[in-house]
Each structure stands twice: as structure tokens, then as C-alpha cells.
Design a protein around this ligand. Structure first.
Ligand code: NCD
Ligand code: ZN
Length: 349
């Protein structure tokens, strides 16, 4: 039998869904991504959200100012879609290259989404303009109807919201963010070249038992919430199967421990520090290390119509486990780093 590789060199990865926050937290978490990733799609759910082109430019400048010396990381900015968003401002921000996507949060779906969309008719003009200029819409694909079970909210969103939007807006390019279900993978596969999906690192690792069985584990709670094992297996097939419409969006979403370990804890897993180690482990387990590069470094740029990064990174496998700290100290409190629950042997060198 051929010896398993202990080194793999791939184009530098990008993260197509990342929360960097602002201020002290931004300064603490940014190096964790900028150290290994070339670019990231930066989520706009600050408080208040990043709605206009001018706000996106100011946020981009704060991110650049927080970069470690010499880091070549490029933030790809997004706008937070509200019912008052101005189509002309979106088009101008897209044309100048400042903004690479617009993010749709159904109002109330997740962390800092109160300004999101309630009445989809009110954003029709913006969506039509986006279809015209080819600007992708990133969707948080969960309905917020309290009558819908939280484990069904992604599937119901596809039927009630996403499919009607796409039918009403031909040519609109859509990224279903952080998909968690077979309904999500099936919908993307059937949807042709104008739809793609990001998959997080943690949804390839945990199912809902990890959150709820044997004690409640707040650091595994994120939105969309992890589903049952059959869905995790479907996500693994989608991520490791070499299909161009699936690519990495970590959804690394730092919250201080005090906000997670409490009676009503925030949603979000912080995976930026060990994401590449975990992904190499998952792809090796699936016998798909040769497809890691497509998932982390090629499929995303192709969908966003950007060149892949020119430079490369190497991941090496060591016999002894690679140790990551349990927490990142941030200046506003510790943030727990996602624990995959198994020893990691791969790491970028
Ligand atoms: C994200 C956050 O904390 O901003 N949380 C999460 O669980 N993923 C918001 C989001 O992407 O839903
Ligand atoms: Zn997110």
C-alpha cells in the first residue's frame, strides 16, 4: 500500500464567511485568520450593522489597520441588507470593487440580525440591481417563524424564502451560507451555476448530540444549529466530493466565554485558529486530501469570479498531536477555541 502523505501543499486558502467583530476583539482574532488565509468575506453584523458603502470602506480600513505588520490578508467586504438599503449605493460599492457580496439576514435569525429583512418585497429592487451587476447575495438560510422547529428552519427557508426569491430574480447569484442539511446540499446541487454554498469546519465535525447529550455544551452552539448525524455525513460528502459549488466558509464567530457560558448564551463557534488542522484531518479521514485545495482555495474564488491566490501553504502531519491552546485571550475576555474532540496531527508550517 502506498504510504499516506505527510505533507500537502495547496494554494493559499480563503475563508468565504468570517466574523471579525471590531475594536479590541478584531485586533485579537484577526491574526488567527490573517496568518494562513489570503482573503475572507467579512460578515457585516456589527452593532450597528455595516449597511452602506461608506460604512464598509470605514470597516475595511479598521481591519487593515489592525493587521499584523507585513500581513498580506485582504478583507472582502459585504453589506448588510436592510429594507432601507439603497440599490444605487450597493451598485456603486460593487463596481468600485469595495464590496463583494450583500448579506441577507432574515430579521431575528441570529446574532445581531434585528435590522434584517422582514418583508422581502421591500428588497426586490436591490436584488434586481445585484442580478444586473453580478453581485452575489449571501443568505443566512433560516426562517424565524417561531412555529417552525429550529431543526427544520433551513429546509423551510429554502421552500418559503429562497426559492421564491430566486424565481423572482433571474440571474441573481446566491451563496447559501453555512449549510447544515441534506435539503441544503440537494438544493445547491440542483440549482445550476448561479448558486453555491459555504460549509463550516465545525458542521463537518459535530452533530446535535455533541451539543446536547451528556450535558449542554455552549461552545458547540451556533446558528444554524448542528443537525442529526445523517446531515453531517451529507455535508462531508459535499465538502470532500470535489464539487465546485461547495467551498469553505468557517463562520468563525468569536464571543467571549462570559457571553457563551450563561443562561442565554450566544451562538457561534470560534474556529479560526485550528480550522486548517481540522479540515486536513476530516479530508484525510474521507480519503480526500487531494480535494482539500478545491474546497479551501479554488472553488470559492471561481464562484466569486476572483483569481485563486498565487502563493501556497504547506500542511504537515506529525506523529505527536499538535496542541492548540484552549482559549484565546482577547483583552475583553477569553474566547474558547473550538475543540474538535479528537487529537489533531496536521498543521500549517
Ligand atoms: C454568528 C455570530 O455570532 O455573529 N453566529 C453563529 O452562530 N454563526 C452569526 C451567524 O452567522 O449566524
Ligand atoms: Zn456567520
Amino acid at each position: 500500500m502506498a504510504k499516506a502523505p505527510d505533507r500537502i501543499t495547496i494554494r493559499r486558502p480563503d475563508d468565504w464567511h468570517l466574523h471579525l467583530r471590531d475594536g479590541t476583539m478584531l485586533a485579537a482574532v484577526l491574526p488567527e485568520t490573517a496568518g494562513h488565509f489570503g482573503r475572507a468575506i467579512i460578515m457585516p453584523n456589527l452593532v450597528p450593522p455595516v449597511v452602506t458603502g461608506a460604512e464598509a470602506a470605514a470597516y475595511r480600513d479598521r481591519i487593515r489597520a489592525a493587521l499584523p505588520d507585513g500581513a498580506a490578508f485582504e478583507p472582502l467586504m459585504t453589506l448588510y441588507l436592510t429594507e432601507a438599503t439603497d440599490a444605487a449605493d450597493v451598485a456603486a460599492a460593487a463596481r468600485s470593487g469595495l464590496v463583494r457580496a450583500v448579506k441577507l439576514y432574515p430579521a431575528g435569525a441570529t446574532t445581531n440580525s434585528a435590522s434584517g429583512v422582514r418583508d422581502f418585497d421591500k428588497v426586490r429592487g436591490v436584488l434586481e440591481k445585484m442580478a444586473e451587476v453580478g453581485l452575489p447575495l449571501c443568505v443566512h438560510g433560516e426562517v424565524t417563524d417561531p412555529a417552525v422547529d429550529i431543526f427544520d428552519r433551513e429546509a423551510v427557508f429554502i421552500d418559503r424564502v429562497l426559492d421564491p426569491i430566486r424565481r423572482a430574480t433571474p440571474g441573481l447569484r446566491v451563496v447559501m451560507e453555512h449549510i447544515t442539511t441534506t435539503e441544503g446540499t440537494d438544493y445547491v446541487r440542483a440549482g445550476g451555476p448561479d448558486i453555491a454554498a459555504t460549509i463550516t469546519t465545525h458542521h463537518l465535525v459535530i452533530n446535535r448530540n455533541h451539543i446536547l447529550a451528556g450535558g449542554i455544551r455552549p461552545h458547540y452552539y451556533c446558528l444554524p444549529v448542528a443537525k442529526r448525524e445523517t446531515h453531517r455525513q451529507a455535508l462531508r460528502r459535499a465538502a470532500t466530493g470535489g464539487e465546485a459549488s461547495f467551498f469553505l466558509g468557517t463562520d468563525s464567530a468569536p464571543h467571549v466565554d462570559a457571553a457563551k457560558e450563561t443562561a442565554c448564551g450566544c451562538a457561534g463557534c470560534f474556529t479560526a485558529p485550528n480550522t486548517l488542522s481540522i479540515l486536513a484531518h476530516v479530508f484525510e479521514e474521507e480519503g480526500a486530501l487531494d480535494r482539500l485545495e478545491g474546497f479551501t482555495s479554488l472553488n470559492g474564488p471561481a464562484f466569486y469570479r476572483l483569481p485563486a491566490n498565487e502563493d501556497q501553504i504547506t500542511l504537515a502531519r506529525s506523529e505527536s498531536p499538535v496542541c492548540y491552546p484552549a482559549k484565546l485571550e482577547t483583552g475583553v475576555g477569553p474566547v474558547t477555541i473550538f475543540d474538535p474532540g479528537f487529537p489533531l496531527h496536521w498543521a500549517p508550517i
